[in-house]
Design a protein around this ligand. Structure first.
Ligand code: S3P
Length: 174
């Protein structure tokens, strides 16, 4: 196991709509750290939106680019806050890398809440034309991967963003 100095980033994982980007950016402001989002890195590395990457390269192509994005994010030279795309933890190599270089917090909420939150955000190719049942299925299929990745979990249901930020910073050892 790595020591505290090598596990320096704060890493947020969880399903789409869990609040990783919003909460992550707010945590970064509080901690006065850079904020990085693996979807943003994929977009910067390809010059394409996540939706266009899915359309052109398929999910497998996206996952490959996401692996590189996770690696780039973990290589941020100063302690950072990293928001991972919801499926990043499905890859065992990503899980190991994230756990090695950061403290991993799993943000949780019921599928109906997640669905309500993603409605206003950027398009999620895996949810296009689909309903809450898809998020329910993803929650079941991915539970073990989130469990394996996470050092701690934080429930976001019925909480404001500042409340969730406080809860994350409480569990994050510094
Ligand atoms: C995905 C989540 C998305 C994005 C892509 C795939 C997933 O990120 O990476 O659409 O597989 O759960 P967010 O979790 O930030 O929405």
């Amino acid at each position: 196991m790595s020591d505290d100095s090598s596990r320096r980033h704060l890493v947020l994982v969880g399903l789409m709509g869990a609040g990783k980007t919003t909460v992550g950016a707010a945590c970064a402001t509080r901690l006065v750290r850079p904020f990085v989002d693996t979807d943003d890195i994929v977009q910067a590395n390809t010059g394409m939106s996540v939706s266009d990457v899915f359309a052109l390269e398929g999910e497998a192509g996206f996952r490959e680019l996401e692996r590189r994005a996770v690696s780039d994010a973990c290589a941020t030279p100063t302690p950072a806050v990293i928001a991972c795309g919801g499926g990043a933890v499905l890859d065992g190599g990503n899980r190991r890398r994230l756990r090695r270089s950061g403290f991993v917090v799993w943000l949780q909420a019921p599928p109906a809440t997640l669905m309500a939150r993603v409605r206003d955000g950027p398009e999620r190719p895996l949810l296009r034309g689909r309903g809450t049942a898809t998020l329910e299925r993803l929650a079941v299929v991915r539970a073990a991967a989130y469990e394996a990745a996470a050092d701690a979990r934080v429930d976001t249901e019925g909480r404001t963003v500042p409340d969730v930020v406080e809860a994350v910073l409480r569990v994050y050892p510094r």
